[in-house]
Ligand binder design. Structure first.
Ligand code: GMT
Length: 401
């Protein structure tokens, strides 16, 4: 067996208990998207609880950048070379994990989003088998949604995705629905116990209801405000949301705040002009001040064709803002219809507009559901409770369960 020097004798993988701090490598996309947010927030939570946490990505994730928390960030971009169409940063990440592992001795490699991160981490774990004086780390893969439903399921990646899922020491999903879809898409994972469901969480101190009623900004015209945050990919159906909003307000004063940017933003702008509602729709682009936008808003809108969880909707709930959403994927596991908001069938524009109109213009309903939304977020999605579920899962994985 190949041996490589500088292995750390401190890696006691297999014998660790959670009372001993673990050495954890987290790998994620450095984007505003949910998987990068969850991975960064989890890394910070684990660091706060005394674990040694290293985060690997091809850039610094925004949620980590805004924090002073105890996580070591490793940016691995790879180098451009005329033979590459783009630098293979996924291989650079593997190489960087191995470099750090030689001195740190990771217990756990935790990959978020199957492609390419589970593959990068899998390669690192396989290579680490050859290191002297340390057990190879365990591989945990957390699936977030489109890594299984769109990307990993595509024939160009399916075989490799299936391989790394099977080779993982543990696969987790962020909702029961995603676990079901994963088993359906990848038949080999059909054993009910082979996937753990660990839901996403929210920082209830950061995402919190505003202390007093405050306007979002002078630039919102009078009337209630609906807000949507996303990366404007087709799966988010934001152009459809703009049409539903126009129908919901029927020229009454109200504003739709669209936060974020992405491929379908130009189409949303075009539809806004086509419908003559320019005065009612504001495009803010990418913003970090989410609690300041989500908290004072009256309603959060989600219109996705597919959504494994709906993290932005949960962040809005934590701010005391009720949600109108399409009933897709894992969304019903987060939003209870008629309690913390309304769920309508995908494609039913009339029903969505009616639900949105109710929360925009019926103040009593809006307040009541906003309070329930915060209560649900506190009861079911508290950051420390969910982080403890990840710790417990690591412990079981290290004990070979
Ligand atoms: O799968 C994606 O679309 C990407 C991913 C991301 O990085 O934005 O979003 C998914 O992961 C989030 C965090 O777990 C979930 O809250 C989102 O519901 C999920 N998106 C979809 O399923 C479309």
């Amino acid at each position: 067996m190949k041996t490589v020097g500088r292995a750390s004798p401190s890696n006691k993988a297999g014998a660790e208990t959670i009372s001993t701090p673990l050495k954890i490598a987290v790998v994620c996309h450095p984007t505003y998207g949910g998987s990068g947010v969850v991975a960064s927030e989890l890394a910070l939570s684990l660091g706060d609880r005394g674990h040694e946490v290293h985060l690997f990505a091809h850039d610094v994730p925004p949620r980590l950048a805004r924090s002073s928390g105890p996580v070591e960030m490793h940016v691995a971009q790879g180098v451009p070379y005329p033979l590459f169409s783009s630098p293979p940063h996924d291989l650079a990440i593997t190489s960087r994990i191995l470099d750090v592992h030689r001195t740190v001795g990771f217990d756990i490699l935790h990959a978020h989003y199957a492609i390419p991160h589970a593959v990068s981490a899998y390669l690192a774990r396989e290579a680490a088998h050859g290191y002297e004086n340390s057990s190879p780390p365990k591989l945990v893969t957390t699936l977030h949604g489109t890594d299984i439903t769109l990307v990993g399921n595509d024939p160009s990646y399916a075989a490799l995705t299936e391989h790394v899922l099977l080779a993982s020491d543990k696969v987790t999903t962020v909702s029961k629905d995603l676990a079901k879809r994963t088993r359906r898409n990848f038949q080999v994972l059909s054993t009910p116990c082979s996937i753990d469901v660990i839901p996403n969480f929210v920082d209830l101190g950061f995402f919190t209801p505003p202390k007093s009623a405050q306007p979002i900004g002078d630039w919102c015209q009078s009337g209630p405000v609906a807000v949507h945050v996303s990366n404007f990919r087709a799966v988010k159906q934001v152009p459809w949301l703009v049409r539903a909003f126009a129908k919901a307000i029927e020229n009454q004063p109200a504003t739709l705040l669209l936060v974020g940017d992405g491929p379908e933003q130009p189409e949303c702008r075009r539809i806004t002009t086509e419908l003559g509602i320019e005065q009612h729709v504001r495009f803010l682009g990418v913003r970090n001040a989410l609690p300041q936008l989500l908290g004072p808003a009256d309603v959060y809108c989600s219109s996705s064709a597919e959504e494994s969880f709906g993290l932005s909707a949960l962040e809005a709930m934590a701010c005391g803002t009720p949600v109108v959403s399409t009933r897709v994927g894992g969304v019903p596991e987060v939003i209870e219809d008629g309690v913390s908001g309304y769920l309508t069938e995908p494609g039913d524009l009339d029903a969505y507009a009616l639900a949105l109109s109710d929360l925009l213009f019926n103040k009593a309903h809006c307040q009541e559901m906003g309070q329930s939304a915060r209560r649900e977020a506190v009861k079911r999605f508290d950051r420390s409770v969910i982080t403890a579920q990840y710790e417990d899962m690591y412990k079981r994985v290290l004990q070979g369960q």
